[in-house]
Every structure is written in C-alpha cells, then in structure tokens.
Design a protein around this ligand. Structure first.
Ligand SMILES: Cc1ncc(COP(=O)(O)O)c(C=O)c1O
Length: 396
C-alpha cells in the first residue's frame, strides 16, 4: 500500500546513506571495521556520567524532565561559551543554540539558507553527513579539490563571483574524511573572499580539540566572528549517544532564524541530556577525559600508519593526521574501492569507499579509515589483511 503513496520530491530524491548501510554489514561478528566514525566505547566515562545523572534527577527533576527553551539550557550555554572563549573562539552565550548533534545544526542551516538550486561551495572530499543534510533542500554544489593542506583556493574567487553561493561549508581542522587541516595562509584567503563577497562560512569543528601534539591553526570564527557560523559537538569529545552539540551564529537575524527553524522541528534539544552534560562539565572531568582519549587515539593512529608503511604495496599513499579520527588512503587509479568492498567484507574487514564523500562522483580509488574505534589488536590484524587485499587487486 505505502508503495503507491505520493511522496515529496525531497523524499524521493534522498538516497540511503552509504555509511549506515556499511555499518550494518560491519556489525556481523568477527568483522574488523575501519568504517564508522565511532569513539572508543571502552573509554566512555560511564561512572562519572552515572553520577551526573543521579545528581540531576535528585536535585532538579522538575527542570531536567520538563520542556525547555529552544535556545538550550542557559547554564550549559554559558559554560560552552566559556570553553569556547578559552580556546580562542569569541562568543557570547546568547549566540549559542544547543542542537541535537551537529547533524541537526547542518539541517537547520540548510533550511535557513538554501532553496532549490541555491549553491554551496565545499571541498572534495567533504563530510558525507553535510552533503546529506543539504541535499534535502536541493542545492547545487561548487567544489574545489583538496591537496595535503585541505581545500585548495585556486579558482575560488571566480566560483564565488560567478555563482554567488549561499554558503561556504568547511571542516577546516582534521577533516572528516581525510584528516587534513587547512593552514593559516589558506584560511586567510578564504576569509578574505567570504568577507569580500558576503558569503557566510559554516565552520564544522568536531575535531580541533582532538589534536595529538600540534597546535591547531586559529578557528575561522576567531578570525572573522561576524561572518562565521561554528558547529561544535560533544559527540567525539564525550559520547555521541547524548546527542548534544552547539551552533554559534552571530546575534541578530542569523541566530534568530536558526532558532525559529529548529523550533518547528523538535521544540528543543533533550533537556535531560543537557543537564547531565552540564553536571559532568562542572566537575572538570572533560579535560582529563580528553587527555585520555587523545593519547589512545594518537597511539592507534601511529600503529596504523606504521603498519601501513610496512605492509601496503607500492603506489598506495595515505594521510598522516595529527588529530581527529580518520585517515585517507589513495590507491592507483585502476582500483575501485566500492567494487573492492565486498571482497574486503569476505575477509572480515570494512572501510568506507571514498566516493561517498564526493558530491560529483570522484574519488573512486580512495577510502576512509577510522582509527578511534578499532583496538590495537584489531589494527594489527586488520591492516595486513587490507594490504593483502590491495596486493591481490593490484596484481589482478
Ligand atoms: C564533520 C562532522 N560534522 C558533523 C558530524 C555530526 O556529529 P554529531 O554526532 O554531533 O551529529 C560529524 C560526525 O561524524 C562530523 O564528522
């Protein structure tokens, strides 16, 4: 019956998310997955969160279980503003909107800025979830290729001048999917062009606080607060299941429109989770947790890179990020990583084919690997297996 119902153009046009489909396969027992973007579950600070939950329910059940304001729980917004100012991102609590994950922030921004055929400028590759969120609003994409320093800027001015994009979308630091970081010199060019042509920048920033040893470049929001909307999230810093993130938009129209369009979708973000995160943050426990996960992820990344150097056949290259959760592998042109995936799964190993992160069908010979979720044991078994698969495909 439901096959005959009339659906919206938007629903018909939406393809399923490759990542979700692959995650289903990788749940099979015995599969070593480099596919998802999940934090290491054994490191979740469950005991401390349990204490936070108890405190919230004992002391404030009447607020924590009640409807809340769309903007978010005020003490949490204040605390986040304080943290952001500490890491050099100027913002006022009134510019913060608490969202249900940054994914909701992307959807809200799509609704606020995009009409059918509006243009969005982004890098290739870029975060698949952003493409998915924006696709619902029917935009066209203007893409710039990446090199070792992330999105290149040659030709950016012409693209902007000729197409007047509504948005520039960037993950400037330890980008999902490739782990690349845009350096200061390029950030300045991007900001200058955004300012010259009056195009808002979305700075999607889940990973800058997961830096292993290097200083990260200044946030775009620090360089140009009135022109940048920043998305931050507790998903990778703490626990994605809580679904608590924040959007920082300049006060006035931009902020008000985001609030209004979020309101129509869910009234507000989960009040209980906001209270729990607030209690957790107040204890100062996030800093020690971050120190711990940075160390573990850095070790896993180092091990992965070492094994890749030892085992990967000639002609296979990869990025070596200084933070975040992902690295990016490029194979010789003749290999198609989407076609290779079933063979990988036969060998009980999984990755995300790189083409998922392109809006225009490029990247067939690339893949994203995650190093936060697999254990060192799994990395030791999985990387040589992947290397064997590459060797076999290259010799075929
Ligand atoms: C670049 C980027 N933006 C947004 C998100 C969504 O995160 P959240 O769990 O906060 O919705 C992710 C998650 O992987 C991401 O990598």
């Amino acid at each position: 019956m439901s096959e005959n119902w009339k659906y919206s153009h938007r629903a018909v046009a939406m393809k399923s998310n490759v990542i979700r489909e692959i995650l289903k396969i990788t749940k099979k027992p015995g599969v070593i997955s480099f596919g998802g973007g999940l934090p290491a579950p054994e490191l979740f600070p469950a005991e401390q969160l349990l204490e936070a939950c108890k405190k919230v329910l004992r002391e404030q059940p009447e607020n924590a279980l009640q409807y809340g304001t769309t903007e978010g729980y005020p003490p949490l917004r204040e605390l986040i503003a304080g943290r952001m100012n500490n890491i050099g991102v100027p913002c006022h609590p009134d510019e913060i909107l608490i969202t249900s994950g940054s994914q909701q922030g992307l959807d809200v921004l799509g609704r606020v800025f995009l009409d059918t055929d509006s243009t969005v400028l982004l890098s290739k590759p870029t975060y698949l979830g952003a493409i998915q969120a924006f696709n619902a609003y029917g935009p066209r994409y203007l893409t710039l290729p990446s090199d070792d320093d992330g999105m290149t800027v040659d030709g950016m001015e012409e693209l902007i001048r000729e197409n007047s994009p509504r948005l520039i979308y960037l993950v400037p630091t330890f980008q999902n999917p490739d782990g690349r970081t845009i350096p200061m010199s390029r950030r300045k060019v991007i900001i200058d062009l955004a300012a010259k042509y009056g195009v808002p920048i979305i700075e999607d920033d889940p990973y800058s606080e997961l830096s292993f040893d290097s200083e990260v470049p200044d946030h775009l929001r620090k360089m140009f607060p009135e022109g940048v909307i920043l998305l931050g999230t507790f998903s990778k810093l703490l626990a994605p299941g809580l679904r608590i993130a924040w959007l920082i938009a300049p006060k006035g129209l931009a902020y008000d429109r985001c609030v209004r369009l979020k309101q129509g979708s869910d009234l507000h973000t989960n009040t209980f989770a906001q209270h729990v995160i607030y209690q957790f943050l107040k204890t100062g426990a996030l800093d020690s947790h971050l120190e711990k996960i940075r160390k573990v992820y850095a070790r896993r990344k180092d091990l992965m890179v070492k094994l890749m150097r030892e085992h990967f056949p000639e002609g296979v290259s990869f990025t070596e990020p200084d933070g975040g959760l992902f690295l990016w592998v490029t194979l010789p042109e003749k290999i198609n990583t989407t076609e290779l995936l079933p063979k990988a799964v036969d060998r009980k190993i999984a990755y995300i084919p790189g083409s998922a992160f392109y809006t225009d069908g490029g990247g067939q010979n690339t893949m994203r690997l995650n190093y936060s979720k697999p254990t060192e044991e799994e990395i030791k078994i999985g990387i040589p297996r992947l290397a064997e698969l590459f060797a076999e495909a290259l010799n075929a």
